[in-house]
Structures are given as C-alpha cells and as structure tokens.
Write a protein that binds this ligand. Sequence first.
Ligand code: ADP
Ligand code: MG
Length: 697
Amino acid sequence: MDVTTDIQFLPGMGPKRADLLKTELAIHTIEDLLAYYPYKYIDRSRFYFVQEINPDLAHIQVKGKLRNIKKTGQGRNQRLSAMLYDSTGQVELIWFQGIRFVKDKLKVNVDYVVFGRPSVYKNFYTIAHPEIIPANPQNEQKQLGWQAHYNTSEKMKKHFLNAAAIRTIIYEALKLVQQNIPETLPDYLLQQYHLMPLREALVQIHFPKNADLLKRAQHRLKFEELFYIQLSILRQSKYRELKFKGFVFPKIGNFFNTFFKEHLPFSLTGAQKRVLKEIRQHVGSGKQMNRLLQGDVGSGKTLVALLSMLMALDNGYQACLMAPTEILATQHFETFRELLQKMDVQIALLTGSTKKAEREIIHEALRSGNLQILIGTHALIEDVVVFKNLGFVVIDEQHRFGVAQRAKLWGKNTQPPHVLVMTATPIPRTLAMTVYGDLEVSVIDEMPPGRKAIQTYHYFDSKRIAMLSFLKKQVEAGRQIYIVYPLIQESEKIDLRNLEEGYVFFKEHLPNYKISMVHGKMKPKEKDDEMKRFSSGETQLMVATTVIEVGVNVPNASVMVIESAERFGLSQLHQLRGRVGRGAAQSYCILLTPVKITTETRKRMDILVKSNDGFEISEVDLQMRGPGDMDGTSQSGMPFELKIANLAQDQHLLTLGRKTAMEILETDPSLEAQINSILLFQLKKKTKNSINWSVIS
Ligand code: ADP
Ligand code: MG
C-alpha cells in the first residue's frame, strides 16, 4: 500500500463509505484522504480533575471509572446514567438516546476517557451524551492531544462518516503508508526554510502532538501550496515570454504627441504619468504585455487607455477596447470620439445591436486597416472580427471577463497583442498575485485634482422620510439622484417588486420630479433610452437595480442612495458610490439598512462611512469574507484550488512563496535541473486537470 492506493482498500472502509468519500469529497486515493485537512482543532491534550469542572468550560475531558450504571424511566422518558469518578469527585454522565447501544459498552471498574460539555443542575455537574472511550494507549494516541475536526455532509453523517470516523480512517491510513509518503518539496527548500518534512507534517496536521508542532505542520503545508501556485503561474508566464515575442513599439509619434500637446483636456495626474511610463517601457521592450491597471472609480483610467492605444497607432498597429456592457461600450465610444474629434483617427463601435450592414462595413475596414480603433462588447472577440494588425487591446472592468476570453484576444494576430486590463475593483496585492499572478500590475493611486471626497452616511430605514427633504434640496440645487436596489438573483419577481415599490414611493413623495427606472429585465434599447433621459437631465431621479454599477458617467448626479445596503458586498457598495462624485459638486452616498443588522454588516457600513479608499476597503473585504467570496474576483484564475492556505491570513507566506519561485525559475526556467525534478513532477501532477491558457492561443 502507498499513497496512490484507492481508499476502498483501507481496512474497515468498505465500498459504501469509500463511494461516499469519492462522490461527496472527491477523495479517491489515500493521498487525497491525507490532504483532507481539518477545519478546526479542539484541545484535548489534558485531563481535568472532576473537581476542576466549572460551567465556563466549553468542553472538558476527564479520566475515571464508572459506577451506578442504570436505566430509568419509560418510553420517551427513558434515560441512561452513570457516575464517573476520579480521586477528586464524581460527575454524572447521561444519555437520552441510543441507550441500548451505549449501555452494552459501559462497564464498571474500567478506566474511561470522557469528553463533553458540562452543565450544572442543582449544584451538580452532568455531561450529556459525552464521547466515551476505554482508556488505553492506542485510543489515547488517536483521540488525545489537539483533536482534529473535519467537515462532513449530512449524507456522510447518515452513513456514520462523521468527524470521528474520518479521524479513525485517516489514522489507519497514516499507520499503513506513513513510511511511504514521498516528499513533495526538494531537500534544499526544506533546509533553507526549516520546513517540516511532509511525512511528519501530515501526521501533525491530523494528530497534532502540541500546538507548536501543529503550527509548524500548517506552516509547511501552506507554504507548499502557495509556492506551487506561484511556481505554476510564473513558469507559465516565463514560457509565454519565451514563446511569444511581443510587438515592439519603438517610437512615440504624431498621434500620441498631437493629442498630448493639443487635445488633452487637462494635465495628467502624477499617477497617470507614472502608469503611462510603465506601459511605454513594457511595449517598447519586445516582451508581450499583460498588465492589470488598477485604479479606483474616477481615477482616470480611460485617458491612460486612450493614450496607450495612440502609441499603438503611432507604430502602425490597430487597437481595440472591450467593455462588459453595451451602455459602457457606447459611453467609451462617445468619450473617445469627442476627445479625438480634431484628429484624423478612424474609430468605430461594435456591439450586439450593431446593424448587419454597418457591421459588414466595420469588418471590412478592420481587415483593410482603415479602421484604427474599435470599441465594443463581447462582439469583438467573435471569430468573424479580423484585424489587419491588432497590436493593443484594452479590457475594461476585468472581472466580467474570463481568462478564456483574454486568451481569445491573444489569437487575433499572429503574435498576441499587448493587453491592458483595467479594473476599478481594487484587488489586494496578495490576491492579485494569485488570481492574476501572470499579470503585471500598475496602480493609479491618485485622484484628479479638485475632487471632493464623497460624504457617506448610514441610515436606518426608519429615517427614509427625513432623507426626502435632503434629496429635495439637492434636486432644487440642480443635482440628480440615483436610488439603487439590490438584485436578488434567485427571485427576479421580488427584485422587481422592490424596485417598483421604490418607484411608487418616490413618485408619491417627490411628485414634482421626473423619475427614470432601469432594471435588468428591460430591453437594451429601453434601458439605453432611459439612461439617456437621465444623463441628459430630463429626469432627476434614477431608480435602478445594479445595472448602473459599472462605468456609467453622469457628472451632475450627486447623491447615491443604496437601499438594503446590507445585501451588497463591500466592494460593490464602493463601486456604486463611485457613480457620484464625478462633477464639481459635493456628493453624498446614503446607505439604508434595517435597524436589525449583524455586527458584520455594521462593520461594513462603518468602513464605507469612514473610508473612500478602494484599496483599504478591498483589504477589509478580503479579511472579512475570505478570498473566495470577494466581489469582482473569483478563484477561477488560479491553477489549482487552495486547501489549507488562506489568502487573507497568509499573505507573508504567499510573498515568500512567490519570491522563492522567482529565484528558482531565474536559474532554471524550465525546471530541468536534477535538484528540481520534484518540482516539475509535482507541478505536472497538481495542474493536470487545469487548462494551460498560455498555449491555447
Ligand atoms: P475611471 O478610472 O473610473 O474609468 P475615468 O477615466 O472615467 O475614470 O475618469 C473619470 C473622470 O475624471 C472623467 O470625467 C475624466 O475626464 C476625468 N479625468 C481623468 N483624468 C483627469 C485628470 N488628469 N485631471 C482631471 N480630470 C481627469
Ligand atoms: Mg472607467
């Protein structure tokens, strides 16, 4: 038997339970089983004396003998009790269920280890339904110390696969294969970082001797996981670097210079300049660029995109910009057209609703090279869209696009074009390093001058009426207002009802104003028309679901009211808030929640009231919710899933893992060296089920 053995061959397992582990937890081999790490530990390293029991202890473990084992009551009132005593006193053990089964196991004059939650009854301590096992060395080794607890499903529990059963199975498995567990990290790394060998780490993670050894085991396993993720990502990007030469943009020419000198509507912020320099350097280097441009809402990413695209034009290439929605694509198109109106640049918009005739003209102009800049939605990546010489791609609001779509854009030329991915959902560094680990990161961390920070307030629903007079004042002053409702995905009906009730409420209470309403169920054309009525100032209020979340730009809107704010994620709230504060006027964001909210929600509202900094907010989001749940990111970009490391808590280990991976790849990019053979082997094994996007294009 070794780690590759099927779990069904473990003693005492049986085909039924093995099947359950396979279907419920995808545990097939002993190796999978050993990598099923506990989610928590309970300290069962010591025995208490009966005398020490007090009601504050959540759990207690005592050792002693039994007397007075007796069954009392009838039918449903039946109970089984026994007195457990040690040298200091006695405590009552009590069972209401499974009585016959338990009774057969209990004997007087035998030492037992008992574990459970004590409660007081008439000055007397009882432990109901305790865990009870005969005190012998084997049991103690298996059950004592820091006891591991495992997640199990209801279905598993029904078939006696509870945490204790899993513990036993793992115990048996370890006993059988421990000597045959192959090391998964090279010796030199174990030495360099004083890491616990895998063999010992697996024993300690499931059956920790003490807190210190547990910590060391966790450290080793987390490091390994994060290190391999980084190694995988970085090796792929090295590979890409070797395989694809990037287009070289050696010069800055007329397009860029004319625009910069004559048509730039304002001077760039320091951050915009710095980022442009980073991009310029990259596209001039001969390496293909895959860069993530992070910048808070309103930080001026669009201008950076435009200037970068002009660099491409200067070097004889075409450029395109892809946005997630039609509204956004159109908005970008209009912004670009206005900025470029005095220049001789051919630019077009391509979306799902572009008419066939126009579409064909665009396709032709792209192929001939007459069209220099194309802006659009997903329609851009369709196969019929063929460029003469695409050199630069901008993707706005990255999180709506998958890695696969990015790969598709790479395929639009003989060599992949440079790619700039823009996101207004700031991602904490650690997350960027994993989810987008193959992207280099540029950050715009400075707002254009003259912006007034948005003032944010958290009100309970009960203050809604009072809020109205504030809204009135704003509209009287010529401002416009958004009122946003959460999108409830499971039930579009409720979603609409909330929205419609809201519409009626505001219609009733603010009868003198015109109200627009936009939601996801509307046809794109209706939506667009309604958006236009609002952005042209024809309507003063916009009642909407989150369709307005990204990119929409109405500088005259100065108030964002968010209904049921507790239903939104932190980053999403921050995004929504970013729809105001785009003009010169002081802007406001009002978060409405019920009076009864969880401490969590309270914390989320507080951070928004306190901070306007997207990075600070995303960091809090990561700490509070964990990486898997964060807005705007999914772990889909990761080469494999994390089992033990936590991106929120293990940032330093991630950094260490990345640094280590870089150092190794620096000297041995394809991992051919003998000392790195373990690395190559493990990498292949770990990523065998994931897709290598770098070779798809
Ligand atoms: P985002 O980063 O959210 O995409 P935009 O590019 O839409 O932000 O810019 C937000 C607003 O700020 C736009 O109206 C834009 O014209 C303006 N803007 C961008 N850069 C500057 C600058 N350097 N100085 C002043 N205003 C700027
Ligand atoms: Mg934008």
